[in-house]
Design a protein around this ligand. Structure first.
Ligand code: FES
Ligand code: FES
Length: 161
């Protein structure tokens, strides 16, 4: 197997083409090669969700994904979520409910919720909690994150379903 590959993929709507080592993770490719540092290093073993990105709209852990596996795919990172100065509704809900403290987990959680809501715009609480359970937040206790998630799902912050 060659040690390096020419990798072509689309990131946030922009085509990219780079020579990458076969062992480089998608996370390192995004952060170190493309300077897209909104995607975070957390555990680096697939447990915390900080490195979540969307691959063809599906949430994926970039720390345990090889960049070369992504040949020809469309990737969306947190940098591609807002439209100019207009926040995505999930980001807006986080802002409204002050659902970030240190913010380290926020990109991964926002992207995981976007993936969920694009598939099911009105998920129940069990589904929201199941999604949030894949992303570790060490600051907030999740109360405000759940309130933001409920709002993004079209409900009031305390409105369980
Ligand atoms: S950094 Fe990828 S799951 Fe924790
Ligand atoms: S806001 Fe700090 S880890 Fe979630």
């Amino acid at each position: 197997m060659p040690a390096e590959h020419i990798l072509s993929l689309t990131v946030n709507g922009e085509p990219t083409r780079r020579l990458v080592p076969a062992h480089r993770t998608l996370l390192d490719y995004l952060r170190d090669d493309l300077d897209l540092t909104g995607t975070k290093h957390g555990c680096d073993v697939g447990d915390c969700g900080a490195c979540t990105v969307l691959v063809e709209g599906v949430a994926r852990l970039s720390c345990i994904t090889l960049a070369v596996e992504m040949e020809g795919r469309a990737i969306r990172t947190i940098e591609g979520v807002a439209q100019g100065a207009t926040l995505h509704p999930v980001q807006q809900a986080f802002d409204t409910h002050v659902a970030s403290q240190c913010g380290y987990c926020t990109p991964g959680i926002v992207l995981a919720l976007i993936a969920l809501l694009e598939e099911d715009p009105h998920p129940d609480d069990a589904t929201l909690k199941n999604t949030l359970g894949s992303n570790i937040c060490r600051c907030t206790g999740y109360t405000k994150i759940l309130a933001a998630a409920r709002e993004a799902a079209g409900r009031g912050p305390g409105e369980a379903r």
